[in-house]
Ligand binder design. Structure first.
Ligand code: FAD
Ligand code: NAD
Length: 466
């Protein structure tokens, strides 16, 4: 039997960050992971491989559609699908081996196997080399999430697949139907459409990426349509069928009108559910809610005082950086520190091109809750930097409090929005005003100037730059 101060179950961004912070604070720490590689969904089949493929396909699309305007001729442009996927796997491998290094550097014991609770204070790990009993003063459950399905859809992983299988395809699909126009749906649609797959997105809501400010989804829809992606909104998928070498999707609109589509692959991206299978929670007093998410308090403590839970398994935004923040919060709470997470200051990013990024309240939230606001919106087409780079799609929109000018929300669709949002997070987190934000200097020409202009407009001043 091994004893630890902190045992972390699951090695995704929640788990590995928690383990590292725990070791930094001097705790004897173990991390238990059932898969052979560390890094969880994010590193193995989520954030990292999708961004690698989004990057490759972005280069390919630019080479096809933009290089000639820049005066660069390449002759016939070729796509080596297996090389593109090989590079993606190499990027993943570099990250997972980097995590192995970080674990050993921080003297964290990496235990390979499936962890299950025996009771509130003991776990058993079943690995290739047999069983091991572990007793820790504190446990952190960071077991993440798995793709959800909907009634009538059987994900057979052959023709009816999830993002995970899409990341290990052997050849470029000719056609693909994606169920769900959320974050995974639009990122996957971009990857495949850019390499010539005919992609159709079938979405239940009346716009894409529906949890974000609605203007972003509407703008993204126009951009993706221009790229050749078919987008069917207000459609509810109720059945899929594997036909052997293709698959069929059946859906109906709000009036009940039925339609069907056939494609090489049907990719199901209708959300993700908490993963606690095999964890033995039933042998503890840890409680879960009606959807299976582990219930926690403001410090991520479960109903058992020495068991914490973080990341996708507790719900909220399913984002790697949200899981990371919770990992740090838990360990620092164990350490007697007190630093709450401001969930409203956690940014969301969609890595299409242009990128989409948000922090704070959406306009819909402010309207629905009768919160007064002023807004400023500045188009990328009016940015000198955007014009120089041929990236003129999109806008930056800031929502501010009309009395004090406090930043309430920032929503960007445009080139490098993923990085631009960082300054808005600072404004949001530290209650900086719009005036503060426009009185600081922005390098010219940069995409960041679109934000300066939006703050100026929201504050009642005209734009000053082009
Ligand atoms: P996970 O990363 O899911 O890790 C959980 C780990 O626990 C897994 O490795 C699992 O094997 C292990 N485990 C489970 N049960 C046990 C057990 N009993 N014993 C031992 N080990 C166990 N988020 C972003 O912020 N940015 C992105 O760009 C982004 N892109 C994404 C793209 C895709 C296609 C997907 C699917 C997700 C993406 N996400 C992204 C979401 C992000 O991956 C998750 O929010 C994040 O991984 C959650 O981290 P976690 O630590 O809670 O769990
Ligand atoms: P999602 O919740 O973002 O989108 C699911 C979509 O499916 C919704 O728009 C919903 O209306 C639609 N849908 C549900 N049932 C349907 C039906 N029967 N017919 C048609 N449409 C239907 O979920 P996701 O895209 O699967 O992503 C899962 C999680 O992974 C998200 O919470 C996201 O935060 C995370 N993720 C993040 C990133 C990122 O940060 N860039 C990337 C990928 C995934």
């Amino acid at each position: 039997m091994e004893n630890y101060d902190v045992a972390v179950i699951g090695s995704g961004p929640g788990g590995y960050v928690a383990a590292i912070r725990s070791a930094q604070l001097g705790y004897k720490t173990a991390i238990i992971e059932k898969y052979d590689t560390l890094g969880g969904t994010c590193t193995n089949v989520g954030c990292i491989p999708t961004k690698a493929l989004l990057d490759s396909t972005h280069h390919y699309a630019d080479a096809q559609h933009k290089f000639a305007t820049h005066g660069i001729g390449l002759g016939e442009i070729d796509l080596d699908f297996s090389q593109m996927y090989k590079r993606k796997s190499e990027v993943v491998a570099k990250n997972t081996s980097g995590l192995e290094f970080l674990m050993s550097k921080n003297k964290i014991t990496h235990i390979k196997g499936v962890a299950q609770f025996i009771n509130n204070s003991t776990i058993q790990v079943t690995g290739k080399e047999g069983n091991q009993t572990i007793v820790a003063k504190n446990y952190i459950i960071a077991t993440g999430s798995k793709p959800s399905a909907i009634p009538g859809i059987e994900i057979d992983k052959q023709r009816i697949i999830t993002s995970t299988e899409a990341l290990s395809l052997q050849e470029k699909p000719k056609t693909m139907v994606i169920i769900g126009g959320g974050v995974i749906g639009v990122e996957m649609a971009s990857i495949f459409s850019r390499i010539g797959t005919k992609v159709t997105v079938v979405e239940y809501a009346d716009h894409l990426i529906s949890t974000m400010d609605h203007e972003l989804g509407k703008s993204l829809q126009k951009i993706l349509k221009k790229e050749g992606i078919d987008i069917l909104l207000n459609q509810s998928v109720y059945k899929t069928e594997n036909l052997g070498s293709s698959a069929k999707v059946f859906f109906r609109d709000q009036s009940g009108k039925e339609s069907e589509l056939e494609a090489d692959y049907v990719l199901v991206a209708v959300g993700r559910k908490p993963f606690t299978e095999g964890l033995g929670l039933e042998r503890t007093e840890v409680q879960v809610d009606s959807r299976g998410f582990i219930k926690v308090d403001g410090t991520c403590k479960t109903s058992v005082s020495n068991i914490y839970a973080i990341g996708d398994v507790i719900g909220g935004a399913m984002l790697a950086h949200k899981a990371e923040e919770e990992g740090v919060l838990v360990v620092e709470t164990i350490n007697g520190q007190n630093r709450p997470i401001h969930y409203n200051s956690i940014p969301s990013v969609v890595y299409t091109w242009p990128e989409v990024a948000s922090v704070g309240y959406t306009e819909e939230y402010l309207k629905n809750n009768q919160i007064e606001y002023k807004f400023g919106k500045f188009p990328f087409s009016a940015s000198a930097r955007a014009r120089a780079s041929m990236d003129t799609e999109g806008f930056a929109k800031v929502l501010i409090d009309p009395k004090y000018g406090e930043v309430l929300g920032v929503h960007i669709i445009g080139a490098r929005a993923a990085d631009l949002i960082a300054q808005a997070v600072i404004a949001q987190e530290f209650e900086v005003t719009a005036e503060d934000m426009f009185r600081i200097s922005y390098a010219h020409p940069t995409y960041s100037e679109t934000l300066k202009e939006a703050y100026l407009i929201a504050s009642g001043q005209g734009a000053v730059n082009i």
